[in-house]
Design a binder for this molecule. Structure first.
Ligand SMILES: [Fe+2]
Length: 195
């Protein structure tokens, strides 16, 4: 497989990821209790729409269509964001969960764009590099703004009393608990070898 084909697959993945975020960010914005966080999510939604358009331009440069690859990674990251939205935490503690979810989406995208940019640079696709750099710059700025906005949220969450949750575990939570133990058990033999 030639490098350009690998790049196109990666770019289609990013295109799918950005489209998925166009649908997910409004949910985070709606869920956020902190006003600054709400505004940041809303602003990044508008940027994300611009990023989708920019990626379409990238595909025009390459003479390829943007669809063809669904980003499973982003689907999983968004699913974790949906879990954070379902948590019955209050106020700042709830927002702290959203911050974690949002930062995961940004850093996933940063990794994706950095990989695409290296490939495009190697192929000498200067116009593509320039467009992708613009998206990358926005993702990095968004992550930084979210991290800054998180500071007072985390401080406030620290003051919130710990709640005793007596709600029974949902089916999804039970499944997640079981899988996490399975993850640990499977890794255990390899971890033993490390000693
Ligand atoms: Fe994005």
């Amino acid at each position: 497989m030639a490098l350009q084909d690998v790049l196109i697959d990666e770019l289609r993945d990013m295109y799918s990821a950005e489209n998925q975020l166009v649908k997910a960010l409004p949910k985070l914005a709606k869920g956020a209790k902190d006003k600054t966080l709400k505004t940041l999510f809303t602003e990044h939604l508008e940027e994300t729409k611009g990023q989708v358009i920019r990626l379409r331009t990238v595909f025009e440069h390459l003479g390829k269509k943007p669809t063809g690859q669904h980003c499973n990674g982003m689907e999983g990251v968004i699913e974790e964001g949906a879990d954070a939205l379902e948590k019955d935490e209050e106020g700042a503690s709830f927002d702290a969960g959203l911050v974690g979810a949002a930062l995961r989406t940004e850093h996933y995208e940063i990794a994706g764009y950095e990989a695409c940019i290296s490939m495009a640079e190697t192929l000498g696709l200067d116009d593509v590099v320039d467009l992708l750099e613009e998206n990358l710059k926005e993702e990095k700025a968004a992550a930084e703004k979210i991290t800054a906005a998180a500071e007072p949220i985390l401080e406030a969450a620290k003051e919130e009393p710990e709640e005793e949750s007596d709600a029974p575990k949902t089916g999804k939570e039970k499944y997640s608990d079981k899988k996490s133990k399975e993850d640990e058990r499977k890794a255990a033999p390899d971890l033993k070898k490390k000693r």
